[in-house]
Design a protein around this ligand. Structure first.
Ligand SMILES: [Zn+2]
Length: 272
């Protein structure tokens, strides 16, 4: 960890001493040009992952995700996108060595409802140092989760402090979409370097038709059982055991009743 003197900070890249800017936490090293982020407890390099997707391409990925089998039928056709934003989301990046192999861990550096974000894959060699010439600072979300807090979360998942060899602040490009479906608002994010879709909440397949089908099955089998014994007793008078006859009729009755139920279940699953 860096020792901070009153007004100087040491560049993590070249060890050059820089003045702390009065107005903020972001700084460009005057010696080597590295982008630096200053936290209360830590000075780190600041990196950016480049965006590879246009807004149209990102929306195309979202529509394909909506059309997927796990989503509500016609989600892609019936949802209306109400807003879309592009921004670089800040993540704490920790490189830890686990028995000689490097492992990357990410923690959101600002609050988000989409917790899946920490599962983003950062391709090796894709981290570029931030520069004002190359990127528009207005598109960057400022971090508000401190390094120590992110580190504590990491520790709770079993990654020890000693094993962390490298820490940085990484900004990852996202398109965030807001969409309405069935009178409710949802949000989904498309990671703009890989095109992956991230969402925590989306319109769920309705359970009501499945519950109705379950009720229908119980009622059907109950009726078949009663009818079987009615038949058993009606026929049983002529020398047959009425209970045994009822059981035999029931086996055939269950078999016959399950055919339409299976067909209904198939169509319910397809329609919902
Ligand atoms: Zn430097």
């Amino acid at each position: 960890m860096q020792e901070l003197s009153q007004s100087k900070i040491v560049c993590p890249q070249c060890a050059g001493e820089n003045d702390i800017p009065p107005d903020g936490r972001f700084l460009e090293c005057t010696f080597c040009g590295s982008a630096i982020y200053i936290d209360k407890s830590k000075v780190v390099n600041r990196f950016v992952i480049a965006s590879n997707f246009s807004e149209e391409q990102a929306e195309g990925n979202l529509r394909r995700w909506m059309a997927g089998n796990f989503q509500v039928k016609d989600l892609d056709k019936n949802s209306v996108i109400s807003a879309k934003y592009f921004y670089y989301f800040p993540l704490w990046y920790f490189k830890a060595s686990d028995r000689g192999a490097d492992k990357i861990y990410l923690q959101p550096a600002t609050s988000t409802s989409v917790s899946e974000i920490k599962n983003v894959q950062i391709p090796a060699g894709s981290m570029k140092p931030f520069s004002k010439k190359e990127f528009n600072p207005a598109q960057f979300v400022n971090p508000d989760v401190l390094y120590d807090n992110a580190r504590n979360w990491l520790e709770q998942t079993g990654v020890t402090r000693e094993s962390v060899a490298e820490s940085s602040l990484v900004h990852i490009p996202f398109y965030q979409f807001y969409y309405a479906f069935g009178g409710k608002q949802y949000t989904a994010m498309v990671e703009a370097s890989s095109g992956m879709v991230y969402a925590n909440l989306w319109p769920a397949k309705s359970e009501i038709p499945f519950r109705m089908l379950f009720g229908l099955s119980i009622a059907t089998f109950l009726i078949v059982s009663v009818l079987s014994f009615v038949i058993g007793f009606a026929v049983g008078g002529r020398g047959y055991n009425p209970l045994l006859l009822g059981e035999i009729v029931k086996i055939f009755g269950y078999g016959a009743a399950s055919v339409p139920l299976v067909i209904i279940a198939y169509f319910v699953a397809k329609k919902v």
